[in-house]
Design a protein around this ligand. Structure first.
Ligand SMILES: Cc1ncc(COP(=O)(O)O)c(C=O)c1O
Length: 434
């Protein structure tokens, strides 16, 4: 090329959650065995059934010609009004329909939120973190992500001292990002932690970016508040969606709610640029927006959500029980969302390995583990080759801690138990091998 056409942040775009699928498929072909998929947070792929009353609502929307039309750029007004009422009823931030913009899934929203920031402006996010955030942020800036640690030894609570110091000494930080409940750790951050983050934002004139896609998927006994309830007067964006909650990830529908935008003209201008960018695309998918008020307002909705959360709570307890006998790892049973991050509590040695019966599989896995490969990646690849269980290395979540992420989504009790006892056994075998 006459001129370099590669974007300055291109190398930051990695998404191991999907990249590992190719490797797992190859292992399946070589071994002739099926894979236990624990890599991706798609409840439907894992066999969750969509209730008939939700399907009926969607089916009746499909029969209306208007569901095939474009919608307003911000999203359907009736749906935005419905969501506004839900937020305002909490008694915290008060918004109007113009404070909401719909996107084609939160992935689209995340991309725009970072992509439209001024290049020098950075958003500090958690480590580990959901890679769509960290990759988009880093790609926008053309530099590695700026992070604050979540501490496994403290139940994945943030290192607030590190966050405060990084904000204090780095003038380019314009925003603080939090995922609550969290992916990949399953942590739910208590109000006092979120308030402390908001206080830092207020003190240093920053905005808060809260990914609340798992907001209604909390099963800890502790009270969980949304950012709208705690934000006070600080400018903020909350990201919400239906991919996990309905669950309808293939619907590609999420939205942002903007709080206190009038408090800062610069923030307001930035938010307008996100809307303007959306306008160039005309609008987001219409059909899922149409059914949100009917589904969320349905008499069955609260009870059905409660049952789902009870299911994940049961899964969390099973995980705690299975890993209670497993030495060498730190395991915090999740309190929300549907993920678990397991961290090795000791440095892994390059010689550690799992036995693989099939020589072709062993050769393929070895080819993926050259000297110097991240040690948790090696564990994850060996787990695939040896036991056909597909998880994601924790170091793929902007994180230095060796470990891996799994999900709580498996519907079948026996299969779930089998997967987790297999993983726990593999951890012990790996650690004992060198
Ligand atoms: C924290 C978080 N934010 C955003 C997304 C993306 O959601 P969507 O399907 O709406 O693009 C995910 C998906 O896993 C997620 O875990």
């Amino acid at each position: 090329m006459r001129t370099n056409i590669v974007h300055i942040g291109a190398s930051e775009l990695t998404y191991e959650i999907r990249q590992i699928v190719e490797i797992a498929n190859r292992v399946s072909v070589l071994s002739g065995k099926p894979i236990f998929w624990e890599n991706i947070g798609d409840p439907v792929q894992k066999g969750e059934k969509i209730p008939d009353w939700i399907k009926e609502i969607i089916a009746s929307a499909v029969r209306q010609d208007i569901s095939y039309a474009y919608s307003p750029t911000r999203g359907l007004l009736a749906t935005r009004e419905f969501l506004v009422n839900k937020v305002n009823a909490l008694g915290g931030a008060q918004i109007d329909p113009d404070d909401i913009v719909f996107f084609n899934g939160l992935g689209d929203a995340v991309n725009k939120v970072y992509g439209l920031l001024r290049r020098e402006a950075r958003v500090i996010g958690p480590s580990p973190s959901y890679p769509t955030h960290s990759s988009s942020e880093a790609a926008h800036a053309g530099y590695a992500p700026i992070t604050y640690r979540l501490l496994p030894e403290k139940g994945w609570m943030p290192d607030m001292e590190e966050l405060r110091n990084k904000v204090r000494y780095n003038d380019s930080i314009a925003g603080i990002m939090i995922i609550n409940p969290d992916n990949p750790t399953g942590a739910v951050f208590p109000d006092h932690i979120v308030r402390e983050m908001i206080d830092i934002a207020r003190e240093y004139d920053l905005f808060i970016l809260a990914d609340e896609i798992y907001m209604n998927m909390v099963f800890s006994k502790e009270k969980h508040s949304s950012i709208a309830e705690l934000i006070g007067d600080v400018p903020a964006i909350s990201l919400k969606g239906i991919s996990k909650e309905f669950p309808w990830p293939g619907g590609r529908c999420g939205w942002m709610e903007v709080y206190n935008q009038k408090k800062s003209p610069v923030f307001q201008k930035y938010v307008k640029s996100i809307l303007d960018a959306k306008m160039l695309e005309v609008c987001s998918t219409t059909l899922p927006q149409m059914v949100i008020p009917q589904i969320m307002g349905h008499s069955e909705y609260p009870n059905w959500q409660k049952k789902r959360n009870e299911f994940f709570e049961k899964r969390s307890r099973m995980v705690a029980e299975i890993f209670s006998k497993c030495r060498g790892v730190v395991v915090n049973p999740p309190s929300g969302a549907f993920y678990l991050s397991v961290v090795f509590d000791q440095p892994l040695k390059p010689a550690m390995q799992l036995k693989m019966e099939n020589p072709e599989v062993a050769a393929y896995i070895d080819s993926l583990c050259p000297p110097g490969v991240e040690t948790d990646k090696k564990f994850v690849y060996h787990l695939l080759g040896s036991k056909q269980v597909c998880v994601v290395p924790l170091t793929s979540f902007v994180c230095r801690l060796p470990g891996f992420r799994t999900t709580l989504l498996e519907q079948d009790d026996d299969k779930f138990r089998h997967i987790y006892t297999t993983i726990a056994g593999a951890v012990e075998e790996f650690l004992a091998s060198a």
